[in-house]
Design a protein around this ligand. Structure first.
Ligand code: GDP
Ligand code: MN
Length: 376
């Protein structure tokens, strides 16, 4: 789960990493008041989960509270992207921008610290054109971060020596603590500002929590911004695995592996997928909710493929028929519902006027053919 910059900076601050003073606001009047408190000269930062905000024009420097208010109004009125919150931050006058991040090296099974004296907005470009300018230090998770490694990282940042070096070493140490405490896949500061008086301040903050750890990272809520579509958000709130595509065939399947296979088969047969929805496991009694989500798509066919063992075929078939009767879909439904109590399932589907199928590939071919035959 990606956190917003303001959440990452809260975590940084709690770990002792210096961050600029800031206020989170949701309307231009609040922005003005916040800017006033911070002395007028401030940065207005859109709280979105996509990177590259600077280049996209979503980070604005304001010279006065009135300007902060106007810039906030225009950012909150953006139509390209949902922007509901802004971070109003005191502007930092910096003399350098450096790059520091900690991520997971899955192959090595270690934490990977990356550091560069050239920070700022173009780190991807630097990684592609001058990778030697980015130092990489692997940290054994059991041993933890060692003093010599901190030294190497500070040296790579170009900040060794003096008070700046001490502060930078503390940032490296504390960012590693944030990374571990939050079960992070990524903890990044880009830029880490070095000010004229030689102090270091986190100019930006990125923190991504491993989804498998969310149960012990309480307090972070999934919001609409974490998803690409309304339906993906709705499905996630209901705990139904769902991915949005823009093709013709809506998948309502059970079992992640089977759903993925059906997805591949559709593409193999020259068809296209409207959405991936998986209603197996804990969700196999929720056919109606699943179908509701599928029908939010502008699809041409609804394809139901399941193979249940514990998730009973008869229960899923009954659910599909009930959902059909209530939701009255206008698109054809193809079913291939197999597994435990398949005979009852077949009888239920036939009684409802469907023609149950028993071979996944045939069912996929039929769905693709129906799309090709329908109006485009
Ligand atoms: P990102 O583009 O989404 O990574 O957003 P950042 O928070 O990293 O901001 C992008 C760039 O805006 C930074 O690299 C800085 O050059 C600039 N910027 C951000 N905050 C400040 C600030 O307080 N003062 C000044 N002068 N520039 C800033
Ligand atoms: Mn940044």
């Amino acid at each position: 789960m990606k956190l917003f910059e303001y959440q990452a900076k809260e975590a940084f601050a709690a770990a002792g990493i210096p961050v600029p003073k800031s206020r989170l606001v949701t309307d231009p009047a609040q922005a003005r008041a916040a800017a006033d408190e911070l002395g007028g000269h401030c940065v207005v930062k859109a709280q979105v989960l996509t990177g590259g905000r600077g280049k996209a024009g979503l980070i604005k420097l304001a010279g006065s509270a009135a300007e902060a208010e106007a810039l906030s109004a225009s950012l909150l009125g953006e139509t390209r992207q949902i922007i509901t919150r802004l971070l109003i931050e005191e502007a930092v006058d910096f003399k350098r921008e450096v790059y520091l991040s900690i991520t997971v090296d899955a192959v090595a099974g270690k934490a990977l610290i990356m550091a560069s004296a050239d920070g700022g907005v173009d780190i991807e470009h630097l990684a592609a054109t001058a990778p030697e300018k980015i130092a990489r230090v692997l940290v054994d998770l059991d041993q933890g971060l060692q003093a010599f490694q901190i030294k190497n990282v500070v040296f790579a940042l170009g900040l060794a020596g003096g008070e700046t070096g001490k502060q930078a070493a503390a940032v490296v140490k504390n960012l590693y603590a944030v990374f571990r405490k939050h079960d992070a896949e990524l903890a990044e500061i880009n830029p880490l500002f070095v000010t004229a008086d030689g102090s270091v301040v986190a100019g930006d903050g990125k923190l991504i929590i491993d989804d498998n750890s969310l149960s012990r990272q309480a307090g972070y809520e999934l919001t609409r911004e974490h998803f690409d579509s309304d339906t993906e958000f709705e499905a996630a709130q209901d705990g139904i695995p769902y991915l949005q595509f823009d093709g013709d065939i809506s998948l309502m399947c059970a079992g992640a592996g089977l759903t993925t296979t059906v997805f591949d088969l559709i593409n193999y047969e020259g068809g296209s997928v409207a959405n991936y929805l998986e209603f197996g496991g804990p969700n196999y009694r929720r056919a109606k909710r699943a179908m509701e989500l599928c029908l939010k798509n502008d699809c041409k066919v609804l394809l139901v493929v399941t193979f249940g063992t514990i998730a009973r075929a008869d229960v899923m078939a009954e659910g599909v028929v009930e959902a059909m009767n209530e939701l009255k879909p206008r698109v054809p439904i193809i079913t291939c519902i197999r597994g435990t109590n398949e005979e009852e399932a077949t009888a239920t589907l036939r009684k409802a006027g469907l023609e149950p199928m028993f071979d996944t590939e045939e069912a996929v071919r039929k769905a693709v053919a129906l799309c090709a035959g329908g109006k485009s």
